[in-house]
Design a protein around this ligand. Structure first.
Ligand SMILES: [Zn+2]
Length: 182
């Protein structure tokens, strides 16, 4: 079996594994995470199998972010949230567990139990300059390939008994600015 055939998120994209689909088009599907960090926690994926963001063709990425833009309002308003985190994790060291590239939208509430944090400390001017130079020269080299330090997670076996999906009409995304995001 190929990685795509084993990938549960490819199966969600094709409808073989049911999910609570919020939006779908030819390139993108958005659905509720069944293990949400908070109610309304949404996953957005390209329908085709890509392990990492850089592999997704730009026009598919544009569609994916247009969906993220519209859903950023919808998930906040629907759940009465006070904010939202958008999370993309590249590589297991960053918390990537799925073999399929995805974006998480996590609605946030004051004093909820979600923890996204790091300790920040000022960098020296020398370190900033060195790092900026390294990143810019890598960018200029134009090579887009998986860094040797990163490995994509392997697909795990699919769940055997997926729950039944409600047949719902898939809404079309039309961008309407929010009246008020709390
Ligand atoms: Zn996949």
């Amino acid at each position: 079996m190929t990685e795509e055939q084993q990938c549960p998120f490819c199966a969600i994209a094709s409808g073989n594994i049911p999910s609570k689909v919020l939006y779908e088009d030819d390139a993108v599907v958005a659905f509720l995470d069944i293990n949400p960090a908070n109610a309304g926690h949404t996953i957005i994926i390209p329908k085709k199998h890509y392990a990492f963001l850089y592999q997704v063709p730009t026009e598919e990425m544009v569609k994916l972010f247009a969906v993220a833009k519209a859903l950023s309002v919808a998930v906040v308003q629907a759940g009465g949230a006070q904010g939202m985190n958008m999370i993309y994790s590249m590589g297991p060291a960053a918390g990537q567990r799925a073999p399929h590239m995805m974006i998480h939208l996590i609605p946030r509430f004051e004093n909820d139990k979600v923890v996204i944090s790091w300790d920040s400390a000022p960098a020296s001017e020398e370190n900033l300059v060195n790092m900026a130079d390294k990143i810019k020269s890598t960018l200029r080299s134009g090579g887009v390939s998986t860094p040797e330090t990163i490995e994509a997670p392997k697909p795990e076996p699919k769940p055997s008994e997926p729950e039944k999906q409600d047949e719902e009409e898939k809404p079309k995304i039309t961008w309407v600015p929010p009246k008020r995001v709390p």
